[in-house]
Design a protein around this ligand. Structure first.
Ligand code: TEU
Ligand code: CA
Length: 561
């Protein structure tokens, strides 16, 4: 269903690396509060706050051991109350991250299940007898290895689709569902503006957990045995009835391996489930079907590949009336300027160009911390790696894919989630203004030149262009709820599309390449450039050459006779 909050601009914060307020080298809630004026000035309307619940931090907060309290290193419940209030005072809503597919194995529910096999909490999780002295089935874990972890009973396992420390909740159990709804109401009553829901489309698993392709050797991806099952919709309809319909807010779902059809049922306007979904087809561009560490396509892609994915999702969501959150980087995927643009010669125009694609697309735009200043990936030394997925896949690439270590390392350094978790670069100081002590994680040496303070003082900076884009998006409803139509679809480099409503018609033109691009404009009476990512630019004329990564928002006035 349409909600005004969907017209906003969301800024994603991964708290551990955002801003440290008490000089322990770790980002925290007071640090975020100290940056709310910066975010207000940027023009964002909503913050998606990655998990800050109590957690052993095996997966940095996505392994929750207490949904009702704040991880002490991030602060306290009263800090959270203050953040919610201070943000509200600035017209900014806070979305919490609902991690409901699994809990940490340190959660009291799981600890009780281990202690007493008769405990009611055993049915909160998916315990299963092994088969022929092996795991109950052949499912692969999403971070490598088996999807099952031995419990404390002989020949018994528990489902752990992610790390072995993240135990999948049994959503079949109505008590589990009620527990999650209770958590949601607790935080909504505290004034949060809604939730981003972690891997929400895999909360249902096929009855009996059968093998996937039993004739195949080795572990197999459970795929259609866990992805977007009909029961997941039953659960979300119940969640809608019990929580979402009673607590006005913004509810977005992260969907693993979703497609336009499944998203139409998760975030379709009339579905009574979620307000929007994320897909990962763009951030996984150039990867094989098994995700970011499937290197078999050598991570190669062309502008046309980006265009076809972009058009596929934009046309489907507009035509079939479902809503998406548009993003090009987040805490799980590399920095967008490194992943899609050119972090060296054309860092400025390319960072701006890709932010423009997000800001002008049909759906709600998301900016990830640091994306607004064009922060880049960083070649992180192995001894500094923190990302469980990367460390686990580094071993898998060598053991299962038989890659030599140096190749596996190159792949990890390119795709690791750590790239997105380097310390936020506020200024050129020794710890980039993040803290006055050595931060918990690596800081990109390029913070000397790539930082907020520098960008605030440079009219032509990525930060100032992002600010302009956000202001333009917020001032032009055509970019919020206007129609979407692809155009120039066969052009090899330029991503072009039209957004239109009763007030105006905009043509967005983005050269996705580091090479010049020529094109012939359609026969419009007048084309007025509204925004361009190059500080100097000529007028729009019929036949034009676009510079590397040149991007424009053009207002179209009247058709030629
Ligand atoms: O991520 C799971 C997931 O679907 C992503 O890893 C996605 O496959 C990837 O971004 C594609 O490149 C969610 C959280 O975002 C992640 O941080 C957690 O580690 C994971 O769930 C388990 O909670
Ligand atoms: Ca701190």
């Amino acid at each position: 269903m349409y909600k005004p909050e969907m017209n906003g601009v969301v800024y994603q914060i991964w708290p551990r690396s955002f801003k440290d307020s008490n000089d322990d080298g770790i980002g925290d809630l007071q640090g975020i509060i100290s940056k709310l004026d910066y975010l207000k000035d940027l023009g964002i309307t909503t913050i998606w706050l990655c998990p800050v619940y109590v957690s052993p931090n095996v997966d940095y907060g996505y392994d929750v051991s207490d949904y009702y309290n704040i991880q002490p290193e991030y602060g306290s419940l009263s800090d959270m109350d203050q953040l919610i209030q201070e943000a509200k005072n600035r017209g900014i809503g806070i979305l919490m991250d609902l991690v409901a597919n699994h809990t940490s194995n340190q959660h009291p529910w799981f600890q009780a299940a281990l202690k007493d096999p008769q405990s009611k909490y055993r049915d909160y999780y998916i315990f299963k007898q092994g088969k022929n002295n092996k795991e109950p089935n052949n499912w692969i874990g999403l971070f490598g290895g088996s999807a099952w972890t031995k419990s404390n009973q002989p020949n018994e396992y528990v489902l752990t689709l992610f790390t072995p420390n993240q135990v999948d909740l049994n959503w079949e159990n109505p008590e589990v569902r009620q527990e999650i709804y209770k958590v949601m109401k607790f935080w909504m009553n505290k004034g949060v503006a809604g939730f981003r829901m972690d891997v929400i489309n895999i909360i249902a698993k096929t009855e009996g957990h059968p093998d996937k392709d039993p004739h195949k050797k080795g572990y197999q991806f459970a795929d259609d045995l866990i992805i977007s099952l009909p029961k997941s919709h039953e659960y979300l309809h119940e969640m809608y009835a019990e929580v979402l319909s009673k607590y006005p807010g913004l509810y977005l779902g992260e969907g693993m391996l979703v497609n336009p059809q499944s998203c139409a049922s998760y975030s379709g306007f009339d579905q009574k489930e979620l307000d929007m979904m994320f897909h990962f087809d763009l951030v996984l561009i150039g990867c094989g079907p098994l995700g970011k560490y499937d290197f078999r396509k050598l991570y190669r892609w062309k502008p046309q590949d980006f265009k076809s994915i972009f058009y596929k999702w934009q046309e489907a969501s507009y035509k079939d009336r479902f809503w998406m959150g548009n993003f090009l980087s987040n805490h799980d995927n590399g920095r967008s300027v490194s992943r899609f643009g050119d972090e060296k010669k054309y860092r400025l125009p390319s960072a701006k160009a890709f932010i423009m694609s997000t800001m002008t697309a049909y759906g709600t735009p998301f900016i990830y911390q640091g994306e607004e200043i064009g922060m880049t990936n960083m070649k992180i030394d192995e001894q500094d790696w923190k990302d469980f997925e990367a460390i686990s896949d580094y071993k898998m690439l060598q053991s299962m894919m038989h890659l030599p270590a140096f190749i596996a390392k190159k792949i990890v350094q390119k795709m690791t989630r750590d790239n997105a978790r380097t310390i936020m670069q506020w200024d050129d100081g020794p710890h980039a203004g993040f803290s006055s002590v050595k931060p918990w994680f690596v800081l990109n040496p390029n913070h000397k030149t790539i930082n907020v303070k520098h960008d605030q003082q440079d009219q032509d900076s990525i930060l100032n262009f992002t600010k302009e884009l956000i202001a333009y998006h917020q001032a032009h409803s055509v970019l919020q709820q206007g129609s979407f139509a692809s155009t120039m679809t066969s052009h090899p480099q330029i991503l072009a599309y039209i957004r239109e409503d009763e007030q105006e018609k905009l043509l967005i033109l983005i050269n996705l390449d580091h090479k010049h691009a020529t094109f012939k404009a359609d026969n419009y009476k007048e084309m007025r450039t509204q925004l361009c990512n190059y500080s100097t630019y000529g007028p729009m004329v019929e036949k034009m050459v676009f510079r590397p990564y040149e991007a424009r928002i053009v207002q179209l006035v009247g058709q030629m006779p």
